[in-house]
Design a protein around this ligand. Sequence first.
Ligand code: 5GP
Length: 174
Amino acid sequence: MENPRVFITRQQISARIADLAEQIRQDYRHKNPLLIGILKGSFVFLSDLIRVLDIPLEVDFIRVSSYGSGKESSGKIEVVHDLTTPIEGREVLVIEDIVDTGLSLSFILDYLRQRNPASLRLCALLDKPSRRKTPVHIDYPGFTIPDRFVVGYGLDFDERYRYLPDICYLEEDE
Ligand code: 5GP
């Protein structure tokens, strides 16, 4: 059985979100941006971020299948839940929980770019650069973390642990 150990506390997360929100607010204050959350993992981060941002904005979601079950990427990516909002001419800010290999994000950014948004930027709470297989530029990065599997604050392991308020490592019990 795995045992979640706290890695980034809820206080550290909210302090970092306040910094990110300050930058995003400067850049998007009068632009009515469309924030696109990547399901499922980003929903907790997105909901905290928009309340701290406190500027007019809209929200939509997209879901791709990348990881099957477990901790390894399946390598095959497809859209399983599409946007409901047209994005042509919109100021689009993608909100992601974690960038790992970068494969899902580069697929999603290409997919969105084909729909001609006025601008397209990325905010990601967590970045694991050591695992990158394709380059992804993160305009608003939260925390850089080492190559360990994390859960909590929206992130799951086989649908478990999303509800944990802190970001945790999974450790095997003795
Ligand atoms: P990438 O395509 O960058 O390899 O994978 C991104 C997706 O993989 C994330 O949106 C997330 O769903 C999943 N992922 C990558 N690393 C982790 C991790 O450490 N913990 C969890 N729970 N999911 C991860």
